[in-house]
Design a protein around this ligand. Sequence first.
Ligand SMILES: [Mn+2]
Length: 485
Amino acid sequence: MAFSDLQAFVAALERDGDLARVAAPVDPDLEVTAIVQRVLREHGPALLFENPTRGRMPLLINAFGTQRRMARALGVQSLDEIGDQLGALLRPELPKGIGGLRDALGKVGQLRAVPPRRVAAAPCQEVVVRGADIDLAALLPGVKSWPDDGGVFLNLGLTHTRHPETGARNLGMYRLQLQDERTVSLHWQIHKDSTSHAAVAERRGERLPVAIAFGCPPAVTYAASAPLPADIDEYLFAGFLQRERVDLVDCLDVPLQVPAAAQVVLEGWVEPGQRLPEGPFGDHTGFYTPVEPFPFVRVGTVTMRTDPIYQTIVVGRPPQEDGPIGKATERIFLPLIRTMIPEIVDYDLPEAGVFHNCVIVSIDKRFPKHAQKVMNAIWGAGLLSLSKLIVVVDADCDVHDYAEVAWRAFGNVDYAHDVLHGVGPVDHLDHGSYEQFFGGKLGVDATGKLPTEGYRRAGGWPAQAVLPPATVEGVERRWREYGIS
Ligand SMILES: [Mn+2]
C-alpha cells in the first residue's frame, strides 16, 4: 500500500491516467505557475515537466492537486478513512487536553509499531557533491511563482532539525528561498517547531545542523506539513499513515537522519545570529509577504539519487495544490481535535479561508453558551488557535455545504448577543491584522438558541420547515414508477 519512493507514486499515477508528461521545455519562472493554475482549476492530472529550462532533473508538480490524488498518496480511497482509523485507536479511553492528545498519539505509535528504521545505504546518497562544486541554481529546477517574488523558492522541501538540548527531531515544511548557489533562507515562522530549535541554538551560541530533503515518499511529505504537537515525531506519524516504517539514513556531514528514499538532500549549518533578507513571496494567502530577516543554511553537502525527480508546489490565491493537502489535515485531525473538544461533530476549513481565516464547526449543543465554550477551546488548541473567524452551527448542519452554513450563519444570529469578539495570536502571514502576529478574533454563534441563554420569545426557537420523510419517499417512488427521472 505504501509507496516506497516518489518514483513508485509517479508510476501509480501514470497507470491511473492521472499524470501528464510535458516534454516541451518550460520555464520555471512564471510559466510553470501559469500551466499549473490552468490544470488545477480543471481538476487535471499531476504534471511531470521533463525538460524544465532550469535545473538538471524533471520537475513534478500538482501531484497532490486533487482530493483523489491526495488520498492515493496516502494509500486510501477517501481521506476520512485515516481519520476513522485514528479515531478507532483513540476511542477506548478518550484523553483530555493537549497532554491527552500527546498520550493518544504516543499510543498510536506503540500500537502500530511504526517508528522509523535506520538503514546503512540509501538511494538518496548515490551521488555526493561537496563544497565549491555545489550550485543549487544550476542543479534544481526551483520555481519563481509570481512576478514580484524575491527570487527562486524551493517549495516542498522537508526541513530536518534537532532540539539542541533534548535531541528531539523535528520535520517541518518551510518556505525556502535560494539566495545563492549554496545558501538557502529558512522562513522559520514564529509559531513553528524549527523556530524554537533555532532559538535554543542561538541562546547557546551554537550553530544548528539542518538537512533538507526533496521528493520523499508521499506520506512523509504530507507528514512534514501536518500541524502535529511539537513533541510528536513526524516520522512516527508518517509510519502510521503509510502503515510501514520509514527508512532513515544518517546524513554524511551533519548529525541528522533523512529518508533513504529522498531524491535530493541538502546538508548544512545555520550560524547563530545570522540573518538575510527573505522575500517578497506570493504566499498561500494570495498576497505578497514583505521582506523580513530570516536565518539561512549554508549548504556544505548535496546528496542525491542518480535519477532524481524534483517535486514542488506553487502556492497563491486559492484554489491551489495546498488545498487538498489542507483538506487531508482537516479530515485526519478531526478525531484528534474531538479528544480535546468532544462536543465537536464535524468541522470545515474553507480553502478560501486559507486554513486559518475561518473555521466552521458543528456541535452537539447541550447547555447555555456551549458554542462560546467551543470557540474558546479552538482558540486554545495548537495551531487552530490562529483561527480568526469561527462559525458554530448545530449538529444537524452539514459544515461542508457552504450554502447551508451561510443560511444558518446569516439567519440564526442576533449580533447583540451571538458574537464573541476577542484578541489573540494570528498567523505569521496574516496581512489583515493591524499588528503583525496578533489581531482580532470573532466567533459567530449560529446555533439555535435556548431559553436558558436568554432567548425568551414565545414558543422558543422555531422549528425548521421540512417535509416528512415518508412523503418525500412516496413521491420519489411514484416518480420512478412513471419513469420521469
Ligand atoms: Mn513538529
